[in-house]
Design a binder for this molecule. Sequence first.
Ligand SMILES: *Cc1c(COP(=O)(O)O)cnc(C)c1O
Length: 233
Amino acid sequence: MQSLLSNLEAVRQRVAVAARDCGRPAEAVRLLAVSKTFPALDVQTIAQGGQIDFGENYIQEGVEKIVTLKHTNSLLVWHCIGPIQSNKTKLAAENFDWVHSIDRLKIAQRLSEQRPSGLQPLQVCLQVNVDGGATKSGVAPDEVLALAQAVMQLPQLQLRGLMTIPEPAVTFELQLQLHQQTKKLFDELKSQLYLEAFDTLSMGMTADLEAAIHAGATMVRVGTALFGQRDAV
Ligand SMILES: *Cc1c(COP(=O)(O)O)cnc(C)c1O
């Protein structure tokens, strides 16, 4: 338990140092704690350290934790960051606050239709496949504008930005190049969409959060450095 809280402190330090090194305020980068495969109890411990945002990849697993923690930790903000099949949109729309992984209109339409009207609109990012990794999900860069314009029309969704998971790169320079490509795309879109709320660039994980922050990430998604090594699933 103590080690989870010291992990949190260490990750906050990494974020703060990276932000300082490129002249950005540490508050410009929001930390998303990726709790996939770890129990609700670990989430609660990290939350006691003041962490608010949590990310889950698997909808069913995420919803179980959301429901478990709802009454004791009602201020937590839950982000779905994994691939979404059509048969899981309802569960996601009813339970999460954010979805980062929208890569086609059909999924966005279902999420909007299924978002309960009593809740605030679902906050969404489009997942973009910047480096063309063939095995990965994400919309192609030349299709992202059309998708963004369509998603903006959906009443129960609020389009917030882009999310990306680049291929792992070993050097800081290579990581930076990839993240800068996404930042450029983000800036182009922002100038084309005229959307005040388009303010989120979700990129950077345990291995590359410094490069992502240098490139302009506003949200980094960190699992391993906070919760520890995951068992293979
Ligand atoms: C698992 C995961 C993360 C966290 O990765 P770490 O390397 O453990 O920090 C971030 N984003 C997505 C989409 C993930 O699936």
